[in-house]
Design a protein around this ligand. Structure first.
Ligand SMILES: NC(=O)c1ccc[n+]([C@@H]2O[C@H](COP(=O)([O-])OP(=O)(O)OC[C@H]3O[C@@H](n4cnc5c(N)ncnc54)[C@H](OP(=O)(O)O)[C@@H]3O)[C@@H](O)[C@H]2O)c1
Length: 309
């Protein structure tokens, strides 16, 4: 139903390589496309797949075209390659924001006899096993075979252990992403920045850390080393995140007021409101145990420096 040829535009990148391996394991013939030929050849060789330097040619014979390039350039790429795709083929992106890319996928699907869907893997290039990781699927539309293609694609991913969450609305997707990506990214980026501003080396701070700081530091360090451009796009190009920033600004002003004026009752209210909100979450009861499970990994690896004698 899905055919067996997939062209991955941006195939030499992190996510492109993850999907190249996945589709290869399912018997697909893979063709990678990117601009930097040297890197492209190297990656294609290491994965033992094909590569192509001409964009139009690369999609002409493909049953599936995957676009995995930066968020901002994805809509134009979709509109550029769609006219050269064969009848009934499928095109999908994997961008972290959907508002603009959805419009392009809808446009090409209405103009040409092809199928469009938009995917969002909720994992990065470091993933080793897909079991229980989430991938969001935003259906767009297509030819008579659309529903059957979607079922086959979903089944293929589910056979890897991925959990597929179907959403129907790009703006709902972006609203959720402002909270589940933008907010934790922002806190971790600012966490490191706040420490840096105090002008005490992180190694010195780490010597004195027990639990919370150590775990928070690991999260922040793992974020700060990643794809800076993509992290910027996720926050800058999402209008929903801009609203969150305004509300955060207001919250921080109130919080500052509570702390500086010793308003313990208001401080307690933040805790009780937070508990009421999060107690409905399925992890809530075990969160403190999970916290120590994570700590166990860090402590077993002797992550902390030994204290000075
Ligand atoms: N990384 C993540 O954690 C993650 C998670 C979920 C979704 N995503 C999404 O996945 C997409 C790719 O992210 P990534 O982290 O894999 O990025 P990446 O590692 O920087 O890879 C980007 C790839 O696109 C190619 N490329 C860039 N512009 C191109 C163009 N105009 N024409 C053809 N190829 C082009 C790059 O190679 P050349 O520069 O040689 O062309 C490279 O192969 C983004 O849309 C991102 O939102 C990423």
């Amino acid at each position: 139903m899905l055919g067996n040829k997939i062209t991955i535009i941006g195939g030499s990148g992190g996510i492109g390589q993850v999907f190249a391996k996945l589709f290869k394991n399912h018997g697909f013939e893979i063709t990678l496309v990117a601009r930097n030929q040297e890197k492209l050849k190297k990656v294609a060789k290491s994965l033992d797949v094909l590569f192509q330097t001409d964009l139009k040619e690369s999609v002409a014979d493909a049953d599936i075209v995957m676009v995995t390039i930066p968020i901002e350039t994805t809509p134009n790429m979709i509109e550029y390659v769609a006219p050269y795709m064969k009848k009934d083929a499928l095109i999908f992106d994997v961008t972290s924001l959907k508002e603009k890319v959805y419009q392009s996928l809808k446009k090409v699907q209405k103009t040409y006899p092809i199928n469009s869907v938009s995917l969002h893997p909720m994992f990065g290039p470091g993933i080793q096993k897909f079991q229980n990781y989430v991938m969001i699927m935003l259906k767009v539309g297509g030819t008579k075979s659309y529903d059957r293609k979607m079922q086959s694609l979903k089944k293929l991913f589910e056979s890897e252990g991925l959990i597929i969450r179907v959403v129907l609305d790009p703006s709902y997707h972006d609203k959720i992403m402002a909270l589940v990506l933008g907010v934790p990214h922002m806190f971790n980026i600012l966490f490191i920045d706040l420490l840096r501003n105090a002008q005490i080396p992180l190694s010195e701070l780490t010597k004195f850390t027990g639990t919370t700081f150590l775990l928070q530091k690991v999260f922040a360090e793992s974020i700060i080393q990643r794809e800076v451009h993509m992290f910027g796009e996720i926050q800058m190009n999402n209008s929903e995140f801009h609203k969150i920033l305004d509300s955060f600004h207001k919250l921080l002003t109130e919080y500052r007021n509570i702390i500086k004026n010793n308003h313990m009752n208001k401080f307690e209210t933040i805790f009780s409101d937070g508990i009421e909100y999060s107690s409905k979450d399925s992890h809530f009861k075990r969160s403190y145990n999970y916290f120590y499970d994570f700590m166990k990994i860090l402590k077993e690896k002797k992550y902390e420096e030994k204290p000075d004698l």
